[in-house]
Design a protein around this ligand. Sequence first.
Ligand SMILES: *Cc1c(COP(=O)(O)O)cnc(C)c1O
Length: 399
Amino acid sequence: MQEEAFGISKHPALTGSLTPPSSVSRIRNFSPGPACLPQEVQHSVAKRCLSTNQLSSMYLSHRSPEFISILSRTKNLIKKVLEIPDSYEILFVHGGGHGQFCAVPLNLCPTGEEKATYLVSGTWSHRAVDEGKRYCDAFVVSSKNNDDTFTSFPSTFGIDPKSKYIHLCSNETVNGIELHRLPKLSNQGIRAPLVVDASSDVTTKPIRWIESNVGIFYACASKNIGHPGITLCVIRKDLIGQSNPICPGVLDYSKNVAAGNLWNTIATFNVEVVGLMMKWILDQGGIEEMESRSIQKSRLVYDLIDSSRGFYNTPLSSESERTLRSRMNIPFELANGDTDLTEHFLKESWEQGIVGLRTLTPFGLGRYLRASLYHGVSLEDTEFLVEFMTKFMRKQILH
Ligand SMILES: *Cc1c(COP(=O)(O)O)cnc(C)c1O
């Protein structure tokens, strides 16, 4: 199935292989996720796994004093990194971003009939409403163009003021559309809290919790803060305790908060990895430094695209569209999507250790290649990619 979707050729680069030839000394992983951890964090994780005088959290009972201290340390670090006010609870939950697509209405809509507005700005927020509408009366405000693309953010003037909550995705991983700051809807007299899917941009910019009236903020770990199997969920305390009676226990915020996040077996090892990531972020200079690095890395790629005289192009190109360009995921095509040249590009980049530029998504192969620049991608990795892209372009133009 996968091979069919990627075309008939069996070159590993065209099957989405993330393993370059063995002669390559360093893999540069630009995959949209799961992603790599920064090298320093990889080393800390390896050290913890191999430690012989202190059990790794992989093997710790989740109710042991050792793990409880890892859990509380990790939550304190998250609180510090994201400057989360005391009026919020932090939970680690199972089920990824998809789990939250249904957990949100199941926790906030006691009868399942309550209205909720979903701002749809791309494939992920669309998926969120597809799942969420089974448990609430979902009202959709979408910015989808007639040709099924997304190049703008939906107008917040379409929001139903009687909504229980307003759901949005702060970074559309597939479409490359990002809100660099969350909106302040109170300016429009909207009192409903925001529910934010920050799966692919968490810890890359400050969150204005109170000003933006954030009710729930969730992110699967596998892009910027860890590996698959754990989801961060930050919930404003006043929203806890109104779940629909059919809400399964593992998804129920109040049950999990009441049990100290140990209602069932928490993903122990994943918690520790998230903690190591948070420590790394703080050691590097915190959220401001993370944001400035993200700006710097993404600018390198966008500048090349914009100066390539159309050899490369990216979907958000007009003045107003550019303000929504994602710093995390940069969709691009070359030579207007020319199949042969694109395959050539993928093979040649893979041979140099550049992987993950074309992966299969739940939404198919898609028109664009994509460079994802999460925390695990260093400035040096990004420079390596840009240098490759520049040389590739020059060769074609000289041809
Ligand atoms: C990856 C992603 C998800 C899905 O997360 P899962 O862990 O696969 O459920 C949801 N939303 C966004 C924005 C994502 O990038």
